[in-house]
Design a binder for this molecule. Structure first.
Ligand SMILES: *[C@@H]1O[C@H](CO)[C@@H](O)[C@H](O)[C@H]1NC(C)=O
Ligand SMILES: *[C@@H]1O[C@H](CO)[C@@H](O)[C@H](O)[C@H]1NC(C)=O
Ligand SMILES: *[C@@H]1O[C@H](CO)[C@@H](O)[C@H](O)[C@H]1NC(C)=O
Ligand SMILES: *[C@@H]1O[C@H](CO)[C@@H](O)[C@H](O)[C@H]1NC(C)=O
Length: 215
């Protein structure tokens, strides 16, 4: 499935010239709950898990699900506050956490304001009812990380896929089972055992970002 998706998007990337010429501004996604898979273009499944996104408060929780039947290489649980520029890496089993500063606000669930509209395209079939998905593609440069992104969102601004590409890595983030609301508001609250956690110092040269959590 992941390989197919990846291929679809590469074909899309290289085969689109039908951009309409309206001036578009990036839409912003609503509050959401869903699943994300993260695959490197070497074919490695990095993670699969549940996300909760508060688009008003700019908060994002991601928890990987190790029971998903695949060999994902990372076990992650983090809560990001993009407006405050901080995030928590959470170990719920251990009831411990680390608080760190965020150097980049990029994440695959919302299009940055400075992104450029690229094109509208149809995945699947445009002419057969229920067999296609029309998406807008946006591109741009990553912030504080040397790299580029391509984002695909539905007409209603729900994320479908984001490709992040740096010199050393390319990751495809795919969103699935997206729902329009926040199922568990509690997961966007800092756990009590993290509340008084001091902010860790960021080592020289380190850039903390959503993307870098998967590197
Ligand atoms: C999104 O969720 C947050 C937290 O539950 C809430 O404060 C906010 O009003 C919601 N935003 C929208 C657009 O529904
Ligand atoms: C993990 O995935 C399994 C199988 O898809 C599912 O039953 C379970 O509820 C998930 N766990 C969490 C914490 O999301
Ligand atoms: C997971 O990894 C093990 C050992 O590397 C391998 O034998 C198995 O086939 C892999 N499973 C999947 C679903 O890729
Ligand atoms: C629990 O947290 C400590 C650090 O606070 C860590 O060193 C240890 O490996 C963790 N234990 C488990 C089982 O995750």
């Amino acid at each position: 499935m992941f390989v197919v998706l990846t291929l679809v998007f590469f074909v899309s990337l290289s085969a689109t010239t039908n951009a309409d010429h309206h001036h578009h501004h990036p839409c912003h996604s609503p509050n959401m709950t869903g699943q994300i898979s993260v695959v490197s273009l070497k074919g490695e499944v990095k993670a699969y898990g549940t996300f909760t996104y508060d688009s008003t408060g700019k908060k994002l929780r991601f928890r990987s699900n190790e029971s998903y039947p695949t060999n994902s290489s990372l076990s992650l649980d983090f809560l990001m506050f993009f407006d405050k520029g901080v995030f928590y890496e959470i170990d719920a089993k251990n009831q411990s956490c680390e608080k760190k500063s965020l150097q980049s606000v990029d994440h695959p669930l919302d299009i940055p304001d400075d992104a450029k509209f690229c094109t509208t395209l149809n995945t699947g079939s445009a002419s057969i009812e229920g067999e296609g998905l029309k998406v807008n593609m946006w591109t741009g440069s990553m912030h504080n990380v040397k790299g580029t992104f391509s984002m695909f969102v539905t007409m209603g601004c729900l994320p479908v896929a984001t490709l992040y590409s740096t010199d050393s890595t390319t990751f495809l983030f795919s969103a699935m089972e997206v729902e329009h609301d926040i199922k568990e508001p509690d997961v966007l609250m800092v756990p009590s055992y993290c509340e008084h956690q001091p902010l860790e110092e960021t080592p020289e040269g380190t850039v903390n970002s959503f993307f870098n959590e998967f590197v």
